[in-house]
Design a protein around this ligand. Structure first.
Ligand code: NAD
Length: 412
């Protein structure tokens, strides 16, 4: 867009989300959004070099300018960098709090990826830092930026399905990555349920337009079960296994060559821990029922095993005179209105649908620019905090044989 100022960006945690998704989406939308990545921070120096090369290749691909990118292992020096006005925090979830607090304290605009944190103490500290800063941060709950979800919410608001009474989120996602890298332990990710269903809890809250009152859940670890005879990592194993790790690497890395993820030796940082390697305390499936303050009832049906399929993630809304089903992978809505007299399928795919997260990342960057100019963020830290409380309540219910957990309990 002509006349827009260029905004300098710094990324804290230069891994797949920060660089492969968001920096790439900035390059792809450069003409409109004018975000320019000027500083990258990571704990791993080899990762920083790879991230810089990757950034250069995506900027070249999209015809975006290629400024000098400063590399640093010191988050505070990125935050203090006068060339940086917008700070992205895309560290692993256990490492969100420190950079988010410091970035908010600087008075600069801040993006924080979901889930807000791995534990409630860190989440509460981020919410407090947001309050102290006097302005919100913008969070990365991807579905809030995806066209079909926005369209579904708009349709709900227009009243075409009447009053909302029931909500169902079904997510059967072939996502063994959760048992390969730092997602595999709750202390690092809050559990796979936190990483994936923080999105789902946020969606349920968004559509219910109310606070969750109580939760009951069953779940466990059924497929990715610890095995004392498991190899340590896929690179050392030649078994024919459906759960071999896909190489965790930037797209521009030469195929077949070990990269910064391949060179990691600690369980926390390796990208190809065997899914059966003992140590993971992450649930791999959960079914939960939820009740909202306004009487809306919801359910979540979630697993990270099962085959990839076009209906791998669906949202169903049941209202007093109609119902709507959203199919994430096809970008369509199935709408029934007027007590069943009218039925239609709405194709919500945008021209970005084939890009990362079904186009959500580019849409997020456009919203980030509006946020940078002073607009309201579509989703903020308090929403992240609420979704983490629900994840925690589900985990507690699972640990207590499906006991009903009230969100009014003080420890949540
Ligand atoms: N919104 C979405 O849809 C979405 C998608 C993917 C990931 N995420 C979130 O983004 C975050 C990052 O995930 P990812 O997949 O990019 O992980 P990743 O492991 O690919 O990248 C994280 C990077 O942070 C670095 N790092 C680790 N500890 C650090 C520290 N203390 N300080 C600075 N850097 C540190 C690592 O070396 C790594 O390069 C997570 O919170 C994840 O849940 C969100």
């Amino acid at each position: 867009m002509q006349g827009r100022n260029t905004v300098g960006v710094g990324i804290i945690g230069s891994g797949l989300r920060g660089v492969s998704c968001l920096a790439a989406a900035m390059a792809a939308t450069w003409e409109e959004t004018r975000f320019e990545v000027r500083c990258l921070m990571d704990r791993n120096e080899e990762r920083l070099q790879e991230a810089q090369r990757h950034l250069k290749s995506v900027c070249a691909k999209h015809g975006a300018p290629q400024p000098d990118v400063r590399l640093t292992t010191d988050a505070q020096s990125l935050i203090d960098d006068p060339r940086v006005q917008m700070i992205l925090v895309t560290t692993p979830t256990y490492a969100h709090r420190e950079p988010a607090e410091a970035a908010l304290a600087s008075g600069k605009k801040v993006y924080l990826d979901k889930p807000i944190a791995a534990d409630l103490e860190d989440a509460a500290a981020i919410v407090d830092a947001e309050k102290r800063a006097g302005h919100p941060l913008i969070m990365g709950f991807t579905r809030r930026y995806e066209e079909p979800w926005r369209r579904a919410f708009h349709l709900l608001e227009t009243g075409v399905i009447g009053d909302l009474h029931m909500l169902q989120l079904r997510a059967v996602i072939f996502y063994h990555v959760y048992f390969h890298n730092w997602f595999r332990r709750r202390e690092w990710s809050g559990g796979a349920l936190n990483d994936k269903s923080a999105h789902h809890c946020d969606v349920l809250n968004w559509f219910a337009q109310s606070a969750c009152r109580r939760v009951a859940a069953f779940g466990g670890q059924r497929v990715y079960k610890p095995d004392p005879n498991a190899p340590v990592r896929c690179a050392e194993c030649d078994r024919d296994c459906p759960y071999r790790a896909n190489p965790r690497t930037f797209d521009s890395h030469p195929k077949g060559q070990p990269d910064s993820w391949g060179h990691e030796t600690e369980e926390l940082y390796r990208g190809d821990n065997c899914v059966y390697l003992p140590g993971s305390d992450s649930l791999d499936h959960v079914t939960a029922i939820l009740e909202y303050e306004n009487g809306v009832k919801a359910s979540l049906f979630w697993s990270v095993f099962g085959p990839p399929a076009p209906d791998e993630e669906t949202l169903e809304l049941v209202g007093s005179k109609g119902r709507l089903i959203l199919y994430r992978r096809t970008g369509t809505l199935d709408l029934v209105t007027d007590y069943g007299k009218r039925k239609e399928t709405i194709d919500c795919r945008t021209e970005d649908f084939q890009t990362s997260h079904f186009g959500a990342d580019r849409s997020l960057i456009r919203d980030m620019r509006r946020f940078y100019e002073g607009g309201e963020p579509p989703v903020r830290a308090t929403d992240g905090y609420e979704s983490l409380r629900m994840v925690r309540a589900m985990q507690e219910s699972v640990a207590n044989d499906g006991a009903l957990v009230s969100l009014a309990d003080s420890h949540l």
